[in-house]
Design a binder for this molecule. Structure first.
Ligand code: FMN
Length: 361
């Protein structure tokens, strides 16, 4: 696709994600995780520790702004603003796809947000399709290009299939992930984009040596819905309608990731995260930190950096209170608090033969 084509598409994405019609019609299933209330927590709210670590870096809050922009007129402003926000809150930040930089070096300034993030955790971003079309050297170079701490590789086959100009051949990606993971030596994070990682996909990633994933499950932004709304052909519109709510729900995907990848893995729980209770549930399900895209983007667009910072502070306060009510002093303890899995989540767990009522599944 031409550079102006990528730019136009990214600008359309930014416009469309403001609409609630891009949200999945099916839930994250996070509300099927009932955390058990403790009326005698024996904790002081001010002693609750919300810090976490990822890829060797300490975060003040267990949160990441996941990959979004890149390749639009507005991208530089947005990336710098979101990186400043991430730095002020002590949370991780991932830029959007850097693909455009290979052909437009002048756009580097839009992604080079190390000055804004300081020594905070910064991740680069590229799609799996580019792993097939570009030399490994070029992919690895994306990390140093923006002085990042690692690289997020995004998987988005459902979105590609609905997108008019999207990819259709996904063969060979797993093998390339193995090679990339070896080259990046623990600095590779594989993410979905709102359709989740299934146990089968997680097993393939495990076999490739990947130990850091962002599940980006279904229940939040649906990229098949976004592409359906951009579509001009009947084919894309119809396919987008059929698979608008396609995906593995966030709650199940997190539990699966912890089960399949084990205790040593780093897991980001994302897809439809909107408040402190969602973050608490994500961590209780087994994630190390939570991630969000659309919800924080809308706060930033509507209320600026200061308004978005206030929103994150409020979310952290909710999380702190919920942790106290669960009797958890820190995020590690939150991963192990008593919980009950109900509803459809229980069905998903039963289908895989997982009773799921324990902790750190
Ligand atoms: C405007 C926008 C642009 C996005 N662009 C990218 C991208 O370039 N690379 C990527 O890995 N994910 C991208 N995503 C996907 C998000 O990182 C995330 O996985 C997905 O939106 C689900 O999370 P949410 O429900 O919190 O929005 C984008 C999301 C938004 C809202």
């Amino acid at each position: 696709m031409s550079d102006t084509g990528i730019e136009k598409r990214k600008a359309e994405h930014l416009r469309l994600v403001r609409e609630d019609s891009v949200l999945h019609g099916q839930p994250t299933l996070l509300s099927d995780i009932r955390l058990v209330h403790q009326a005698l927590p024996e904790l002081n709210l001010s002693d609750i520790d919300l810090s976490a670590s990822l890829l060797g870096k300490r975060l003040q809050l267990p949160l990441m702004i996941t990959g979004m922009t890149g390749g639009t007129d507005f991208a530089g402003e947005l990336n710098r603003g979101l990186a400043t926000l991430a730095s002020s809150q002590g949370i991780a930040f991932c830029v959007g796809s850097q693909r455009v930089l290979w052909r437009h070096e002048t756009l580097l300034a839009d992604f080079a947000v190390r000055p804004q993030i300081g020594d905070g955790l910064l991740l680069g971003n590229i799609g799996a399709a580019q792993l097939l079309s570009e030399p490994l050297e070029s992919i690895v170079a994306l990390v140093d290009m923006i002085e990042a701490d690692g690289l997020c590789l995004h998987l988005n086959p459902a979105q590609e299939l609905v997108q008019e100009e999207g990819d259709r051949d996904f063969r060979g990606v797993t093998e390339k992930i193995t090679e990339l993971n070896e080259r990046l030596e623990g600095r590779l994070l594989v993410k979905e984009t709102g359709a989740g990682l299934s146990p089968e996909t997680l097993l393939k990633l495990k076999a490739s040596g990947v130990s850091c994933v962002d599940v980006s499950g279904s229940g939040g932004t649906s990229w098949t819905r976004v592409e359906q709304q951009r579509a001009v052909s009947d084919r894309s519109r119809r396919l987008g309608r059929s698979i608008g709510d396609w995906g593995v729900p966030t709650a199940f995907s997190i539990i699966a990731a912890r089960r399949v990848l084990g205790d040593g893995a780093s897991i980001i729980g994302s897809g439809g995260i909107k408040d402190g209770l969602d973050v608490a549930r994500v961590i209780a399900a087994g994630a190390d930190i939570a991630g969000f895209a659309r919800s924080v983007l809308l706060q930033f667009l509507d209320h600026g950096t200061a308004g978005a910072a206030e929103w994150i502070e409020q979310l952290a306060e909710e999380l702190r209170s919920i942790m106290l009510l669960c009797g958890a002093r820190n995020c590690r303890e939150l991963q192990n608090v008593p919980r009950v899995y109900t509803g459809e989540l229980k069905d998903w767990l039963a289908a895989y033969g997982w009773d799921g009522q324990g902790s750190k599944q």
